[in-house]
Design a protein around this ligand. Sequence first.
Ligand code: F6R
Ligand code: MG
Ligand code: MG
Length: 371
Amino acid sequence: MKITLSAIKADIGSIGGHLRPSEGLLARVAEHVAREGKALLDRYVVFTGDDITILMVHNLGEGNEKIHRLAWEAFRAGTEAAKAEGLYGTGQDLLKEAFSGNVRGLGPAAAELEFEERPNEPFLLFMADKTEPGAYNLPLYLAFADPMYCPGLMLSPSMREGFSFNIMDVSYTEGDRVIKLHAPEELYDIACLLRDNERFVVESIHSRTTGEQAVACSTTRLHNIAGKYTGKDDPIMIVRVQSQFPATGEVLAPFEIGHYVGGFMRGSHHGPLMPVRKGSTVSYFDGPPIVSCLAFCVHEGKLTEPVDAFDHPFWDWVRDKVAQKAAELRRQGFSGPAMLGYGELEYGGITERMRRLEGRFVVRGLHPERV
Ligand code: F6R
Ligand code: MG
Ligand code: MG
């Protein structure tokens, strides 16, 4: 049976700042999807930090207008509920008034994957908050291209040929600028791009052995849509696992690093990515950047209940370690790598100050040979 998984997420309001949506808001979104989602085979609504994700199973394919409209309308209805409750930042990610066939370019982020269901079909739904789509670059590289993290690349004949990476240049705004690179032959080229999380983002990954798609990531850049800061791009991702794909544990393993990503306070800092339990809020310095992971099986379009993949004593140790990494970098405040580079700073305040200071610079001791 051919099915499509569509995960669409948006921040439409939260309690106490940008921490988490209210139960009332979540219930409103879930109720809308349940009532209007006649075309769905199954659904699941969940939050991470201040973002709500609607996971939908259907057989209408990727980018389907009906499915996107359903999510858009659910977020619209949720926004009304959030306003009525007096939540903060209501409708924050709904950047346009009118729906135009697809949520792309309207604010919400989408990760969608259409495939022929295997007899048993395990997959992972990742949701991150207070960070950017490039946050998944390193974990995906390590899970799909590095035998140090994914021994399946050596051990499993069904992964012998490696994987191909579709990588998007998210700084290009006139269309989708995408390159396809093949692991393992082009590993160094892949690394050259994926080191730059702000510009190059993994969009999808396919098995070179079977041709099947394993990964779909959201690549939305809110800044590019709105032309100003309206919140970080808090990415979601679907990863099919096991058998011809990396095992769940191989995909989770790189998240032990707690690598530094862009985001955190005011979307303008670096912080380590902390793997958290389902339904976690953010806190310290509006962070740290967090990622949650729900593991499902889907069978004939029906979802099992999820397993909370980061709810295990091992990840408590990781969280302690990541908290230390966060505090260590935070101690140097605005200095050097603690904040993002000039081009990635949000709110426009620093650019404005720099403009004002420009005229107050004086040039002393001109070098005669350069005049
Ligand atoms: C980052 C984020 C928060 C806000 C900060 C200020 O993605 O959502 O760190 O940037 O709390 O929020 P405002 O501008 O709404 O007062
Ligand atoms: Mg968010
Ligand atoms: Mg937000």
